[in-house]
Design a protein. Structure first.
Length: 386
């Protein structure tokens, strides 16, 4: 028996054996309930929105039959856990912040073998509760797959485990298939039509859901580390002056509020009711900054370490020092990267940052709490001008 087949059979057995325990664990941790998925003919491509670190397990509970998962390459840098994942889980790796052609080819090869694949269409977890834009390349992949497409939506996950937080909340979380689209139907659709279908089926807005049916998500320190998501103060218009403590979120200019168990801000003279509304505003401000930025740095952070990602997934430190973003370049320590040479900037967990050039992949790490979202957001606007 070939090694690929041996690994596949081992992983199928592990998937089946771990299913009952995973069901109990997710119920206990997240109060999670789900609907079983359909038994579609032929290999299936399951596309879901992305809201928690547990999403592969959560979606998998609806599909008791084994499937492969598309995951960020960073899962291979988790020490002993990475060895467990490699041996007992079926993972297709992709590099965050890039359009990974090799990952796409591996997905297609896996489907051609008659095996199911699960992919999180946004390519990243939401920071503020709304499904992120889906890349047109994903719709192209769906068309090329010639497989049954199953769309799947998770709700309640953002408020259960906000990406910016270190604390889990206990409320309610659900998962369910949305649509089943056989390959002959997808063949008749254009890529734009497939993209519209994905955008519709996978869209979730945590605050719209809360407005319809409020659910408390109880926990401790509800606002702590929110400054890793929100970086621009609407009162004094400074960057990186926002801080959190317990349920409180504030700026040294006097702006102050609390975050309640429903995910909404409370206080006097609130600029926004939700982190999502705040983020939409600060994103608009970053777009304006991209148009007016001159020679000075837009912002910077001290004590950053630039690492090169090696072929065996190790990180090799290259330089340490301040990181700054200018209108035409990113600098870290004594190294400079023209923006025109960067393929993209991606985010890992709360405050990990990765980026790639044509030759190398890099990761930026730091001991100090800071917000790297601002680099990704402004970069996207500046890149259009390169």
């Amino acid at each position: 028996m070939a090694e690929d087949e041996r690994a596949y059979q081992r992983q199928r057995k592990a998937y089946k054996a771990l299913y009952p325990a995973a069901k109990l664990l997710m119920k206990g941790l997240l109060n999670y309930s789900f609907e079983l998925g359909p038994k579609a003919e032929g290999p299936c491509l399951i596309l879901s929105n992305h809201v928690t670190d547990f999403d592969p397990i959560l979606v998998g509970l609806s599909f008791p039959e084994h499937m492969y998962y598309v995951a960020g390459e960073n899962v291979m840098r988790m020490g002993f856990l990475s060895k467990i994942v490699t041996r007992y889980a079926s993972v297709i790796q992709r590099v965050k912040g890039t359009t990974d052609a090799e990952a796409a080819l591996q997905i297609l090869r896996t489907l051609r073998k008659g095996r199911n694949v699960c992919m999180f269409a946004e390519g990243n977890r939401t920071f503020t509760g709304e499904t992120l834009p889906i890349a047109p390349a994903t719709a192209k992949l769906v068309k090329l797959s010639r497989s049954t497409l199953i769309t799947y939506r998770l709700t309640g996950g953002y408020l259960s485990t906000p990406r910016w937080s270190t604390h889990r909340r206990k409320g309610r979380m659900t998962g369910a298939p949305v649509g089943v689209y056989p390959p002959e139907d997808l063949k008749r659709m254009s890529e734009d039509e497939v993209l519209a279908l994905l955008t519709r089926d996978l869209y979730e807005n945590a605050y719209e859901t809360q407005a319809r049916e409020p659910v408390p998500y109880k926990g401790k320190a509800l606002a702590e580390t929110l400054e890793t998501a929100l970086y621009l103060c609407p009162k004094c218009h400074r960057i990186d002056t926002l801080r959190s403590r317990g349920d409180r979120f504030f700026c040294d200019c006097g702006l102050s509020m609390t975050l309640d168990e429903y995910g909404f801000f409370r206080g006097r003279d609130l600029p926004f009711e939700t982190p999502l509304a705040w983020d939409k505003w600060q994103t608009g401000e970053m777009e304006q900054l991209a148009e007016t930025l001159e020679e000075e740095a837009a912002f910077s952070d001290e004590g950053q370490t630039l690492n090169r990602k090696e072929d065996d997934h190790r990180l090799t430190p290259l330089t340490t020092g301040p990181m700054a973003l200018y209108r035409d370049r990113l600098t870290i320590g004594d190294m400079t990267f023209p923006l025109k040479d960067l393929r993209g900037i991606g985010l890992i967990q709360r405050q990990g940052m990765v980026f790639s050039t044509a030759e190398e992949d890099y990761a930026v790490t730091a001991q100090k709490l800071r917000c790297v979202r601002k680099y990704q957001t402004l970069f996207e606007f500046l890149k259009r001008k390169c």
